[in-house]
Design a binder for this molecule. Structure first.
Ligand code: CAA
Length: 304
């Protein structure tokens, strides 16, 4: 199915939800309009706070650059809306096999926007569903690579951890400084650091607010590779291209299976993995992949 057909199929669904959600109507209508434009032209929209493009030799990697330099990419509501819209469009684009999210050399993101948050109340947080939109990032079916240069603090670090793989520039600085401004991480920091680095590291990071280096982050298993800052985005795109060369349907089953490890017991996770492994045998891409191996040629995956 072409990008245009796939996106067109989603237009009806999005249109219906726009009508049924008047409170979020403006945002949804904007997204609806963007989907229509994207489906008819294949061009990614121009956003205020992110730049989205398709990159790589085959233009099969989505690149989203956070672009709010004066505030060190602090994640205000409008930026998060732009980001989640761009992720949703690239997730549905069948020509794209992986997505890279990056910031600038100075900052991946310095956290949620403190100025926007400071006067909020418990009640308004509940009513507005503060930070709920952020979950859309982890709901993306395609692999997302966070390419982190500079400050990656608070919500910035949490955003990176919502992604599937983190590559860090050699001067990146990570941290969960919320404790020093009288709050705690609210977009997954306490949970995801504990899961990827263990209790002691999670406690130290969250209870002190101390920053730590890319090299420390690699040692503790938070990032998978440290790369010279000026090569970070290119290397992340290369990683995206490698993933995009696989069968998209198998990639999504694989992502789902790894994610299952963080949601369940080992026995249930192993059972789930086995079912997913068996399920790959219902695809043409499994037949093509194994046949290509036997015939000593490269596979030609068709996402079917
Ligand atoms: N929110 C809003 N604005 C921010 C911001 C943030 N998180 N981080 C930086 N900025 C703004 C600053 O206010 C400043 O704006 P003005 O020029 O208008 O004053 C501009 O970005 C540049 O920042 P600095 O002058 O502070 O730059 P610096 O180089 O001296 O320091 C920094 C850089 C160490 C990252 C420092 O800006 C800082 O500590 N930022 C806040 C980090 C933080 O506490 N993040 C957690 C936020 S809460 C959160 O994320 C909750 C959650 O779990 C979702």
């Amino acid at each position: 199915m072409s990008v245009i057909m796939a996106l067109s199929l989603n237009i009806c669904r999005l249109g219906a939800s726009a009508l049924s959600a008047p409170l979020k109507g403006i945002t949804r209508s904007r997204h609806f309009a963007q989907v229509i434009r994207y489906s008819s032209t294949g061009e990614l929209p121009k956003y205020e706070f992110v730049e989205a493009s398709r990159v790589g030799e085959k233009s099969n990697v989505g690149l989203i650059r956070l672009n709010r330099p004066k505030a060190l990419n602090a994640l205000c509501n409008a930026l998060v809306k732009d980001l989640t819209d761009a992720v949703a469009l690239l997730d549905k684009d069948q020509s794209v096999g992986a997505i890279v999210i990056t910031g600038s050399e100075k900052a991946f993101a310095a956290g949620a926007d403190i100025k926007e948050m400071k006067d909020k109340t418990f009640a308004s947080n509940i009513i507005e569903g503060l930070l709920e939109d952020w979950n859309k990032i982890s709901a993306c079916k395609k692999p997302i690579i966070a390419a982190v240069n500079g400050y990656c603090l608070g919500g910035g670090c949490e955003l990176a951890m919502m992604c599937d793989i983190i590559y860090a520039g050699d001067k990146a600085k990570f941290g969960q400084p919320e404790i020093s401004i009288g709050t705690i991480p609210g977009a997954g920091g306490t949970q995801r650091i504990a899961r990827s680095c263990g209790k002691s590291k999670a406690m130290e990071i969250c209870l002190t607010g101390n920053q730590f280096t890319a090299q420390d982050a690699e040692k503790m298993g938070l990032v998978s590779k440290v790369i010279p800052a000026d090569q970070l985005v290119a290397e992340s795109i290369k990683l995206g291209e490698r993933i995009a060369s696989m069968s998209p349907i198998i990639v999504s089953l694989c992502k789902e299976s790894v994610n299952r490890a963080f949601e369940t017991t080992l026995a249930e996770g192993l059972h789930y993995e086995k079912r997913m492994f068996f399920a790959t045998f219902a695809t043409k891409d499994q037949k093509e992949g194994m046949t290509a191996f036997v015939e000593k040629r490269s596979p030609n995956f068709t996402n079917s």
